[in-house]
Design a protein around this ligand. Structure first.
Ligand SMILES: [Zn+2]
Length: 304
């Protein structure tokens, strides 16, 4: 079992058949179970099996704490609420409208993933407003016998929040802590549309202010040296953003620039990692999306 602390564990959703691409956190006490980021509906069977291995069932779930509403984190939320209508969903105020009516979210995801939407994510069902606890950051909530402090941590997504459980010292930071699979490269996932490097820096400072003993990333798992990890993440964010900026300034079509950038980054990733590790990175943060999000960031900055 993947245990962080008594009552705190996680399930590997084996997204696209890859180990260590997406994790769901499981928090339990005597009468209730909370999940942080249930993942896409496509992985619900794996989540179910993973919970069974821990002696739990999906029908035990009382709370879903969403770090943000991207499909790889929140896709299964509506389906779980339909199956178990008493579930409470915690979500940031900017994400909540899209959980109630996912049409715009799905249209923008379809522009990125095209006809692979169903194969990757499965269904994305709406969440009734009455099930949602809408937060702004700064609140404390109780879930599965624990108190979680909530901070608004934009940068990766404007509606991203992180959750801190002071009793265990673990901060659940979603994508704000980057992608780091099996001790590999600490990659900032930067999909469109709202990458904001300055906001990301402030969010990292906000997480550090908690002085967590460990942080937990959706992609993938816990790290017990948060300060070094987060410093490296910000360093790598500058490096990757710099690669995008350089390629953007060169001649060529968008497609040529994007391809050159993907080659740059793949080379950077392969330096210290195995092919299997790189493949899990591609599942968690496709390089085309890393390019698109940062290219959009730079273009907006120039236009300001
Ligand atoms: Zn995300």
């Amino acid at each position: 079992m993947n245990t962080l602390a008594p009552g705190l564990s996680w399930v590997d959703l084996l997204f696209l058949g890859r180990r260590h691409a997406i994790a769901t956190v499981v928090i339990r006490d005597a009468g209730s179970v909370a999940l942080i980021d249930p993942g896409p509906a496509r992985c619900l069977d794996t989540l179910d099996l993973g919970m069974q291995a821990q002696g739990l069932r999906l029908s035990d779930v009382t709370d879903l704490l969403l770090t943000h509403i991207h499909l790889d984190h929140a896709g299964a939320t509506g389906t779980l609420v339909r199956m178990h209508p008493k579930i409470r969903v915690v979500v940031h105020e900017r994400g909540a409208p899209h959980m109630a009516d996912p049409s715009k979210l799905l249209a923008s995801a379809t522009r990125l993933y095209g006809d692979r939407m169903d194969e990757l994510w499965g269904a994305f069902e709406p969440v009734p407003e009455r099930n949602m606890l809408v937060v702004a950051g700064g609140e404390q909530i109780e879930a599965a016998g624990r108190t979680f402090e909530i901070a608004h941590t934009p940068g990766h997504a404007s509606h991203h929040v992180s959750y801190f459980d002071r009793s265990s010292g673990v901060a659940f930071v979603g994508d704000t802590g980057g992608v780091c699979i099996d001790g590999g490269y600490i990659l900032p996932p930067t999909p469109p549309p709202d990458i904001d490097i300055e906001a990301w820096r402030s969010s990292v400072a906000r997480i550090e202010a908690w002085s967590p003993a460990a942080i937990f990333m959706t992609h993938f798992g816990p790290v017990s040296n948060p300060r070094t990890h987060l410093m490296t993440l910000l360093h790598n964010l500058d490096t990757v953003a710099g690669l995008v900026r350089t390629r953007l300034s060169e001649a060529g079509t968008d497609e040529e620039q994007s391809r050159r950038f993907a080659d740059d980054l793949r080379r950077e990733l392969r330096t210290n990692m195995t092919e299997a590790q790189v493949a899990s990175y591609m599942a968690a943060a496709p390089l085309e999306l890393v390019w698109l999000g940062l290219a959009r960031y730079w273009r907006k900055k120039v236009a300001r």
